[in-house]
Design a protein around this ligand. Structure first.
Ligand code: NAD
Length: 244
């Protein structure tokens, strides 16, 4: 029987690359997002991870169609890049609801299925911003720090049910999210995009950004039996950023 994985934020970027790797390696992938994927070789269902009705419906859809959920990969996320005093309450609520709230809601609705079937794996997406201070990323970083803490607690809470819970913390990954972030930074600093890009590349020891596939491989590893003794871990995929 094919294993079944749910990937959120699967329409593009890291989520899309992750869906592709699972699909190539024999999983049935249920891809979830609020926007339509540009390519659709996966089973796609619209789902806003910050809306509990959407999440419950999407999880029910998966179980009705495929009977099980072996792996959950929470990738959906948004960023707000602003000085603290310019950050609106509604922006705070939004980023917390999607990043931390969406991760919570997906786990809440998938865990009963994994418990009933006797196990499973969960991989959450944190960030270097959850480890080190990043200027104008304070609220975003707080959600990512929260995801790392959530991961550790749930690793212990769910271990008796053979459910492993881990997270990945990417450095800079070449996606729409990062390119939008750099465009905003370039405007704010009155610099051109390429100069800001070079500055942000230099935070990685190899002086480049990751390809989304390089993060997807780490997520796949943490979801596979190759990591059977790993739970409660945050895997930094940051090319040395936080080692400096
Ligand atoms: P992206 O913007 O390219 O993709 C994110 C996807 O999530 C999009 O398809 C978007 O539509 C979806 N999404 C947003 N809100 C959603 C919601 N409420 N419900 C469902 N889907 C939603 O970004 P990315 O760079 O691929 O980021 C993926 C994850 O990786 C995020 O959690 C992000 O914080 C994290 N991350 C990214 C980087 C980076 O440098 N790109 C670094 C560290 C961590």
């Amino acid at each position: 029987m094919k294993k079944v994985v749910i990937v959120t934020g699967a329409a593009r970027g890291i989520g899309y690359a992750t869906s592709k790797i699972f699909s190539e390696r024999g999983y049935t992938v249920v891809a979830m997002d609020i926007i339509n994927p540009s390519k659709s070789e996966m089973d796609f269902i619209k789902c806003d991870v910050s809306d509990e009705n959407d999440v419950a419906n999407a999880v029910n859809y998966t179980v009705k169609k495929y009977s099980r959920i072996d792996a959950l990969v929470n990738v959906a996320g948004i960023v707000v890049v602003k000085p603290i005093e310019e950050t609106e309450w509604q922006e705070f609520i939004k980023v917390v609801s999607v990043n931390l709230g969406g991760t919570f809601l997906m786990i809440k609705h998938v865990v009963p299925i994994m418990k009933a079937q006797g196990g499973g794996t969960i991989v959450n997406t944190a960030s270097v911003s959850g480890h080190v201070g990043q200027i104008r990323h304070s609220i975003y970083g707080a959600t990512k720090g929260g995801i790392i803490s959530l991961t550790k607690s749930l690793a212990w809470e769910l271990a008796p049910y053979k459910i492993r819970v881990n997270s990945v913390s990417p450095g800079s990954v070449d996606t729409q999210m990062l390119r939008d972030d750099i465009t905003g930074e370039a405007k704010r600093m009155n610099m051109n995009f390429e100069d800001v890009k070079r500055m942000r590349e230099s935070e990685q020891a190899f002086q480049r950004w990751a390809d989304p596939k390089e993060i997807a491989e780490a997520i796949y590893f943490l979801s596979s039996d190759s990591s059977s003794f790993i739970t409660g871990t945050d895997l930094l995929v940051d090319c040395g950023w936080t080692a400096k």
